[in-house]
Ligand binder design. Structure first.
Ligand code: GDP
Ligand code: NA
Ligand code: MG
Length: 358
């Protein structure tokens, strides 16, 4: 699977790795990426397209616990996944088991039906193909409780979502289907509440293939920021629909289909060139966000490197000239050190302390 996001963000992560190698271990981790939106708006589908990891998706309440998807790059070795929740932890080697194991985890934590739970499921994927990134899949916002859900389910889910999207080191992807009215989207309101300037909020419009006839220009106005302006703007993507899943369309193929869809679209084709349509554009845009994040931490890194340099220079001074490079100078050098040492010992035995500190 060719993954545009992983490919474009990889050099960035290699840069961070090399900074770590020279001892810069301060907080230059990348922000996590979280999704927020109504139930079935396409959150899990967007994360799946970005990560290449097939997550549980479908109509109705599928994501019922927060899922932290940690992609971890292996230098070499084979794909492995570790799913952890409560005191349970399990390692597996078949990517196709992700869906089943996440569903099983949700059933154990939140019951077999429609329950929602605050407990975090952590899924770590180790592979040479990925790079170090953390994506967070969240349950969707619901308004009306379905049978078997507590009356305040809406509030419970909202506070769960808020606990993730309010973190300043998180980029929030607000996922809104094209076929609903964006002005009434609670997810957008919540994202704006925790990030009023919109520095870390990106809106994703999904399901462009399901727009009612005649509503295309309305959607176009939304994408162009004419309805609700956002500082980071909008991107429109087409992910795998239920029939694509039933027909076992691969992620690769789905991405090709997506490009064909936009290229042939009467109203949206020009958005491809403007960088406002397709998963590839979303990947590029997210990478840019991550680069900006690193740029912001650069002045601090420079400061850190300078302090370190000063300390090393000071330490170097203590060693004075050090041993000579020429072999024939070694004898005189060693005897002068030995003599200096003897002087120290004499001084110490005479006075009980040495002039030279330690
Ligand atoms: P979530 O509840 O927000 O995580 O939404 P899911 O990712 O589970 O998606 C809900 C349903 O919408 C699934 O059946 C997806 O296959 C489908 N879906 C997601 N994106 C698209 C899209 O762009 N077009 C179509 N036709 N279906 C989509
Ligand atoms: Na769903
Ligand atoms: Mg979901």
């Amino acid at each position: 699977f060719h993954n545009p996001f992983i490919e474009s963000v990889r050099p960035l992560i290699e840069l961070i790795d090399s900074l770590r190698l020279i001892g810069i271990d301060e907080d230059i981790g990348l922000p996590s990426i979280a999704v927020v939106g109504d139930q079935s708006s396409g959150k899990s589908s967007v994360l799946e397209a970005l990560s290449g990891i097939a997550l549980p998706r479908g109509s109705g309440i599928v994501t019922r616990c927060p899922l932290e998807l940690k992609l971890r790059k292996l230098k070499k070795g084979r794909w492995s996944g570790t799913i952890s929740y409560g005191d349970h932890s399990e390692t597996f080697h078949d990517p196709l088991k992700v869906d089943y194991l996440v569903r099983e985890a949700q059933n154990k934590l939140a019951g077999n039906t429609v329950g929602i739970c605050n407990e975090l499921i952590t899924l770590e994927i180790f592979s040479p193909e990925v790079c170090d990134l953390t994506l967070i899949d969240l349950p969707g916002i619901t308004r009306v409780p379905v049978h078997g859900q507590p009356a305040d389910i809406g509030e419970q889910i909202k506070s769960l979502i808020l606990s993730f999207i309010s973190k300043s080191a998180t980029i929030n992807l607000v996922v809104v289907p094209c076929n609903i009215d964006i002005a009434t989207t609670e997810a957008l309101r919540m994202a704006q509440e925790v990030d009023p300037e919109g520095h870390r909020t990106l809106a994703i419009l999904t399901k462009p293939d399901l727009i009612d006839r005649g509503a295309e220009t309305d959607v176009l106005n939304v994408v162009q920021g004419k309805v609700i302006p956002l500082s980071k703007g909008y991107i429109i993507v087409r992910c795998r629909g239920q029939s694509d899943i039933n027909e076992k369309i691969s992620l690769d193929k789905a991405m090709q289909n997506e490009i064909t869809f936009f290229r042939n679209h009467r109203y949206f084709s020009f958005l491809l060139n403007e960088g406002k349509a397709s998963t590839q554009c979303l990947a590029d845009k997210l990478t840019k966000e991550l680069v900006d994040h690193i740029k912001k931490s650069l002045p601090y890194l420079t400061e850190q490197i300078q302090t370190r340099l000063l300390n090393v220079q000071r330490e170097l001074k203590n060693y004075e000239q050090g041993p000579p490079m020429e072999e024939e100078m070694m004898g005189p050098f060693l005897s002068s050190i030995t003599m200096a040492f003897c002087d120290l010992v004499h001084e110490l035995s005479r006075t009980g302390h040495s002039k030279q500190g330690n």
